[in-house]
Design a protein around this ligand. Structure first.
Ligand code: NAD
Length: 246
């Protein structure tokens, strides 16, 4: 569905990003994963290469909140592959800190990785996507619909991701660039492993499909939205959440 397309996935070293990289590689794309550290990036690249030595995979670790670093990175990727078709803004950090304890430092950390990086990467990728009529995909969250009982800036950041998605879809449609988001429900990754059991168990009970999401559930949605099968879909936030309602 995406054969020979060149896809950049931020936060591609584990969880949803890593599974999406795997799914895209299996479907013939060339994938560049971004992570925060050299060793985790190298480990993820090695893991995927071990699964199939023909996979065209590369890993980089730019500062996602630094415009020059991203500009340079995209330029290098374009010079290696000759094109860029897909950007997935997936890197993110969560929070469940109560408002009284929420420091300005944590506010800035969440804002920087969950919003600023999406803004910078989306801005800097546009010249390349104009050439290919490519697509931007963002990882939102179910909490962008319902909020969350603690960690206020996490859901707030995902409301912002939806705003960026819907607005850029309208701004970039004249160039043939589609912009969509996937809003996962609770999904089995390290991010969730770090949350207390007391928070997870009651949540699973409220999911009508009766299970927590797998990273592959989210990767499948990204694959569809990146492919030509979604060529008339833009400005959408697709819930992949087992019909969860909170
Ligand atoms: P994860 O913690 O397993 O992976 C997060 C990824 O983001 C990692 O690759 C990490 O390297 C990268 N990252 C984190 N901080 C970074 C930084 N400062 N610079 C560069 N990269 C950084 O999490 P995940 O569950 O796979 O989450 C991926 C996305 O899905 C996030 O945007 C998250 O908000 C969203 N999401 C997750 C769930 C869930 O239940 N797991 C639900 C809804 C939305």
């Amino acid at each position: 569905m995406i054969k020979d397309k060149v896809a950049i996935i931020t936060g591609g070293t584990r969880g949803i990003g890593l599974e999406t990289a795997r799914k895209f590689l299996k479907n013939g794309a060339k994938v560049i994963i971004f992570g925060s550290k050299e060793e985790t990036v190298n480990k993820a690249v090695e893991q995927l290469k071990n699964e199939n030595e023909d996979y065209e995979i590369m890993g980089l670790y730019p500062n996602l909140s630094d415009e020059n670093s991203i500009k340079e990175c995209f330029k290098n990727i374009h010079s290696i592959y000759g094109r860029i078709d897909i950007l997935i803004n997936n890197a993110g950090i969560s929070s469940n800190t109560k408002i009284e304890d929420f420091t300005i430092e944590e506010y800035e950390r969440v804002e920087s990785i969950n919003i600023k990086s999406v803004f910078i990467c989306s801005k800097e990728i546009i010249p390349y996507l104009k050439e290919t009529k490519g697509t931007i995909l963002n990882t939102s969250s179910m909490v962008s619909k319902y909020g969350q009982p603690s960690g206020v800036m996490y859901p707030a950041s995902k409301f912002a991701v939806n705003g960026i998605t819907i607005s850029l879809a309208r701004e970039l449609a004249p160039f043939g660039i589609r912009v969509n988001a996937v809003a996962p429900g609770i999904t089995k990754t390290d991010m969730v492993a770090s949350l207390p059991e007391t928070m997870i168990e009651p949540l699973i009970k409220t999911i009508p499909l009766g299970r927590i999401g797998e990273p592959e559930d989210i990767a499948n949605a990204f694959l569809f939205l990146a492919s030509d099968m979604a060529s008339y879909i833009t400005g959408q936030v697709l819930g992949v959440d087992g019909c969860a309602k909170n």
